[in-house]
Design a protein around this ligand. Structure first.
Ligand SMILES: NC(=O)c1ccc[n+]([C@@H]2O[C@H](COP(=O)([O-])OP(=O)(O)OC[C@H]3O[C@@H](n4cnc5c(N)ncnc54)[C@H](O)[C@@H]3O)[C@@H](O)[C@H]2O)c1
Length: 259
C-alpha cells in the first residue's frame, strides 16, 4: 500500500479520469476526498470505493466557487491532510474562435484555470504547515498541439502547464511538489459526448493520431496520478508527464490525404 494513512483530495471526481484516479488512490490505501460539483456522482464514487474496501468521503464543491473550495480543504485539514491533491476538474470546448462567445470563454477559463488556481492555492495553504505534499494538475496535449476549434481548450491547458511550473518553483524548497498530467484522448464520458457530435469514422481517425493506435483508458491516467501522488515521484516537480500513447510524438497522419 503506497498511500496508507494519506489524505488526498481529487476534484472533478464524479466520473471519468477523476473517478478512476480516486479509485486507484483508494486501492493504495489513501482516504480520498471525492469532490465534484455533481453531488450524486461524488456520492456514487464514494460508495463504490467503500464497497471495495477503500476509504473515501464525498464533498460537493464547484471549483469555481471559492467558498466551496475553502470548505473542501477545511475538511482535508480536519482529517490531518491533505498529503496530495489532484486538481483535475475541467470541461471541454470545441468551437472555431470566430464563433466563440465571451460567455463560453469566461466559463471555460473559470472551470479549468480559475478552478485550478483556487484548488492549488488552498492545497498550498494546507500543505505549508504540514511541511510539504504533492499537487497534481491536469493539462493535456492541447497545451502543445492544437487543431481547428481548439483555441480555447489550448489556452486553458497551456495556462495550467505554466501555472504548474510556477507553483513548483515557488514552493519546492518548502517540500511541495507540483506536476501536471498530459493525457492524449481518454475514453471518458467527456470524449463520448464529443464523439456523439462527430461523424462515426472520427473515432477511428482519433485512434490513429495515437502511435499506439487507440485512446487511453481512465485507469492508465490514474496509474500516472498514483505515481505523482506517491513518494515514487519524490524528485519530480514542475514537469509535464505525458500519458498520450505517442500522440505528440509524430504528425497526425490522418491529415495526409489517403493516409
Ligand atoms: N478525456 C480526455 O480525453 C482528456 C484528455 C486530456 C485531458 N483531460 C482532462 O481530464 C480532466 C477530466 O476529464 P474527463 O474526460 O474525465 O471529463 P468528464 O466530463 O468525463 O468528467 C469531469 C468531471 O468534472 C466535474 N466538473 C465539471 N465542472 C466542474 C466544476 N466546476 N467543479 C467541480 N467539478 C466539475 C464533472 O461533474 C465531472 O464529474 C479534465 O481536466 C480534462 O480536460 C481529458
Amino acid at each position: 500500500m503506497q498511500l496508507a494513512d494519506r489524505i488526498i483530495v481529487v476534484t472533478g471526481a464524479g466520473r471519468g479520469n477523476g473517478r478512476a484516479i480516486s479509485e486507484r488512490l483508494a486501492e493504495e490505501g489513501a482516504t480520498v476526498l471525492v469532490s465534484d460539483r455533481n453531488a450524486e456522482a461524488a456520492v456514487a464514487v464514494t460508495e463504490s470505493i467503500r464497497a471495495s474496501g477503500g476509504s473515501a468521503e464525498a464533498v460537493t464543491a464547484d471549483v469555481t466557487n471559492e467558498d466551496d473550495i475553502i470548505r473542501l480543504f477545511d475538511r482535508a485539514r480536519e482529517l490531518g491532510g491533505p498529503h496530495a491533491v489532484v486538481a483535475q476538474a475541467g470541461i471541454s470546448h470545441n468551437t472555431p474562435l470566430h464563433e466563440t462567445t465571451l460567455e463560453a470563454w469566461n466559463q471555460h477559463i473559470a472551470v479549468d484555470v480559475t478552478g485550478t488556481f483556487l484548488t492549488v492555492r488552498e492545497a498550498v495553504r494546507s500543505m505549508l504547515p504540514l511541511g510539504g505534499g504533492s499537487i497534481v494538475t491536469m493539462s493535456g496535449t492541447y497545451a502543445f498541439q492544437s487543431e481547428p476549434g481548439a483555441e480555447l481548450h489550448s489556452a486553458s491547458k497551456g495556462a495550467i502547464l505554466s501555472f504548474t511550473r510556477g507553483v513548483a518553483v515557488e514552493y519546492g524548497n518548502r517540500g511541495i511538489r507540483c506536476n501536471t498530467i498530459v493525457p492524449g484522448y481518454v475514453a471518458t464520458e467527456m470524449v463520448e459526448e464529443f464523439y456523439a457530435k462527430l461523424p462515426p469514422e472520427a473515432s477511428d481517425r482519433i485512434n490513429k493520431w495515437h502511435a499506439l493506435g487507440r485512446i487511453a483508458t481512465p485507469q492508465e491516467v490514474a496509474n500516472l496520478a498514483l505515481f505523482l501522488c506517491s513518494d515514487q515521484s519524490s524528485f519530480s516537480t514542475g514537469s509535464p508527464f505525458f500519458v498520450d500513447g505517442g500522440l505528440t510524438a509524430g504528425f497526425n497522419s490522418w491529415q495526409i490525404p489517403g493516409a
